[in-house]
Design a protein around this ligand. Structure first.
Ligand code: UD1
Length: 334
């Protein structure tokens, strides 16, 4: 794609974990970037220097409309949202507000402002507890928690809006995102993390004294939960390629699983962290966490077919190594 064809991209949640990586990937590919983030869970320092930063809420249609007009925004990558599944069970309306209601406002502002392309952070949680070995995009979406439902509703809004208006979209359903920028520019920084690899590297660096293993009686090879961990850098590279496809084919929209098509158990992840540090994290067996499926692994045939995307960091030790390097950097920063 030639330089002049690269539209300015509005990245919501660009100060957060995945969004801050996406900003680097977009800038590296020559896209001008404007970040809108309310800094509730994100960090101003996580926004790359080359991006324009606007502190504000994506639910504020007037503000988003102004940003779209002032910066001649041609595409939106929408990462802003809440992501903790158990919290979505205890505080569902927060999820329908942050993830569904504000997405509705954002999509409306995009259409009103003439934005042509929209990429949405969706999730494997839209599938619920599928009874298949590998989850494909054809697998029925039966989310089992408000988080998954709040994201699926946004997919529906996009599908309907794209049918009615001059906008196309890519909904990217992430499996388990982990790791950090290989160059150490950003990483997962939110306090009180609940995701396994983040929790494990915090334990490995002395920030926690143990890791609880939520369930050892699943119907999996070693009894612990199996997930398809995808390196955040591969994930954001897929976003850039997805955007390029939306631009090249303005009539097409798509929904793609983002995973590597292979799973690791909780014990395999903890073993990888132990290998990386040459130490042993204390493991404590704990009951299952409510709403956790035993296995969720992607069938990623469609993304491999649709985009010229080839994973580059699809190795558990690489994912863990990058997560650990970032964790050490974060703790030095204080
Ligand atoms: C969930 C969603 C995923 C979503 C992500 C976003 C489901 C099925 N998956 O991932 O779609 O994108 O949240 O936030 O809803 N574990 C432990 N100890 C810990 C932490 C986790 O044993 O301290 C286990 C879990 O039981 C699970 C695995 O590790 O088997 C991964 O858990 P986690 O990292 O929390 O992610 P998911 O719940 O799979």
């Amino acid at each position: 794609m030639t330089e002049e064809k690269r539209p300015a991209v509005l990245v919501t949640g660009g100060a957060g974990y995945i969004g801050s990586h996406a900003v680097h990937a977009l800038l590296d590919s020559g896209f001008p970037v404007v970040v809108v983030d309310n800094l509730v869970t994100g960090f101003r320092w996580a926004v790359a220097d080359g991006a324009t930063f606007v502190e504000g809420d994506i639910g504020n249609a007037a503000l988003v409309g102004r940003v779209i007009a002032e910066h001649d925004i041609g595409a939106i990558m929408h990462f802003a949202g809440s992501v903790v599944v158990p919290e979505s069970v205890s505080d569902p309306l927060k999820y329908y507000d942050n993830n569904t209601g504000r997405s509705r406002a954002l999509i409306g502002a995009a259409i009103d402002g003439g934005v042509k392309h929209f990429i949405f952070s969706s999730t494997a949680a839209t599938y619920g507890m599928p009874d298949v070995e590998r989850v494909s995009e054809e697998t029925p979406t039966v989310p089992i928690n408000p988080y998954g439902r709040s994201k699926l509703m946004t997919e529906w809004m996009l599908r309907d809006a794209a049918a009615a208006h001059d906008i196309n979209y890519g909904a990217l359903r992430y499996f388990n995102v982990a790791g950090a920028d290989p160059e150490g520019r950003t990483g997962q920084s939110t306090a009180g993390a609940t995701h396994l690899i983040k929790v494990a590297v915090e334990a490995a660096t002395g920030k926690r004294d143990h890791v609880a293993i939520f369930g050892t009686d699943y119907d999996t090879p070693d009894g612990t939960g199996v997930r398809d961990y995808i390196h955040v850098w591969d994930l954001v590279r897929a976003h850039v390629l997805a955007l390029e496809k939306l631009i090249a084919e303005p009539e097409e929209s798509f929904t793609l699983n983002c995973g590597y098509g292979r799973g690791f158990s909780v014990l395999e992840v903890l073993d990888a962290v132990d290998r990386a540090t040459n130490r042993t994290i204390e493991r404590r067996m704990a009951p299952r966490r409510e709403g956790d499926p035993g296995i969720i692994v992607s069938n990623n045939a469609k993304i491999l077919e649709t985009l010229p995307w080839r994973p580059e960091r699809d190795d558990l030790d690489t994912i863990v190594g990058d997560a650990l390097a970032w964790e050490r950097k974060l703790q030095e920063r204080g």
